[in-house]
Design a protein around this ligand. Sequence first.
Ligand code: KG4
Ligand code: ZN
Length: 362
Amino acid sequence: MRDFTVLGIETSCDETAAAVVRGRAPGPGEILSNVVFSQIEEHRPYGGVVPEIAARAHVELLDEVIAQALSQSKLALSQIDVVAATGGPGLIGGVMVGVTTAKALALAAEKPFIAVNHLEAHALTARLTGGVAFPFLLLLISGGHCQLVAVEGVGRFRLYGTTIDDAAGEAFDKTAKLLELPYPGGPAIEALATHGNPRRFALPRPLLGRPGADFSFAGLKTAVRQVVRSGKEFAPADLAASFQAAVIDVVVDRTRAASERFRSEFGSIANHLVVAGGVAANHALRQALAAFCESEDFTIAIPPPALCTDNAAMIAWTGVERSGLELFDELSFSPRARWPLQDVAEGISGHVPLQGERATSQ
Ligand code: KG4
Ligand code: ZN
């Protein structure tokens, strides 16, 4: 298998990003450039991402972000092998901007085009950074997603658990809003929690100890709201610390349940836990997951924070992996607001599954 050099584009939420990555499976790969323009300032007054503002900002920023990614990589478009863009899931206006731009570049430069599933990109980042071998257990924990997934290969996933209401990052953001902290809430809660008493409030731990590996955070958020609206005096740091402790307890418990299933299905040689998504930047959570892995003989792999949050290096890397398997897409590909991981191996226009490859859905 030869090396591929891929231009990746990410526009599915509030980061406008482009990157150039070179390498081959199983990694690690070489990040030649990784430009991320965060639109946080545009969305901050609204306390969350506004889709229309995001789409407009992507239109305004993307050409310049791509130009910077190419110039930092010291490569011309003609020296790129493949153009890859997030094809979903995400805010559809933004995804359309990225996909349309990537198609135009691919057409102009006569290069293949790949529509990348954003979740698959988060999943494969640990191969870009550390060359982690398949299969591995993935905890994907971000503002939009909260899932435990066995990753068997490119396009091959078994969903073990997902959130039945809010994603973990969403719970951080909503709790931060209740505490009148700035958006995005995760880093603000984490900073406040370091000064608080995590045992001050006995907040619920939804689904803790229950069969399966699903998550739920809505009840936790409601409990926080009740404390805030009770009218009684309280120290915000204590509430932030108690909230964060509850999230961590739930996440570790659900990961434990998934790890037992993973071991039973793949045997004890499969021992990597990969953690990805913005919430994986949380230090207290990283520590708790590291302690869990040590006690259970799992090796933990968490990409550096800048590659846990949304970026285009992960999109380019997924392009590298897919190029190696000749999994290119037609220019008729339509952006997808919803695109569950289990559907990644099938139903993509122009996608030709390799022999034996199939989506493993539950
Ligand atoms: O992966 P990401 O950048 O975007 C999505 O695809 O959602 O994740 C953003 C989410 C936000 O909800 C943010 O509050 C959360 O990750 N986050 C954190 C931390 N840093 C970011 N949550 C907890 N602790 C943090 N340090
Ligand atoms: Zn993401």
